[in-house]
Design a protein around this ligand. Sequence first.
Ligand code: CMP
Length: 228
Amino acid sequence: MPQDEISFLRNVPIFSELEEKDLLKVVKLGTTQKYKKGNIVVLEQESGAALFVIISGKVKVVRMDEDGREVILSMFGPGEFFGEMSLLDGLARSASVIATVKSELFMIHRRDFLELLNEFPSVTISLLAELAMRLRKADMQIKSLSLKDAEGRVANVMLILADDVGVFRKGKVEIDDLPLQQDIANMAGTSRETVSRMIHLFIEAGEVQMKGNKLIINDYDAFRKKYL
Ligand code: CMP
């Protein structure tokens, strides 16, 4: 169904400026792949053969240590891409990417993707803009890990998750399927117990609510201003 795929690609930021005929070209270059929750899409250290765009679902980008402990570097949802780093620099995959729910991905092989970058400057510029945004986030994370106390570091992880996979509505942000407290602890460079304590602190202050596994930041702008 190319028409469905074209409408999907039109809403993907890196392809949004392409004309209909060019979108069709992109559709023809790619294939759709389905992944179950927990499936590994990209494995750290393997050589990179393709770029992925998320049609539906959610993935986490992780790095692991020798003991199998993982730290989540980022999470991506529909319309976002990953796997570009090894395609651009020719080195091994910088991290593993795992589907956290059932996901459908659009995959483009390396050579075709590099040709697209040559042919369509708007795709290249959007890709660079997104990479700049990711570097800004990584800078935020470095600052948070090196300069902030535990409260600030946990709040910073909430803000990263909100930006990555949150649903914004009337000043609030809802983060469905909050990662495990141990995962949040690894991202914040603290312990699981501290994460639990900090989330309770935010709840007592009326800054966040928990509904099952969903975390809601009540006033995103105020939360960001206070903790960033
Ligand atoms: P690649 O190195 O090919 O495979 C792993 C992918 O994870 C990588 O491309 C990026 O798309 C993504 N990735 C790696 N590190 C980060 C990060 N710090 N923030 C967001 N995405 C990342």
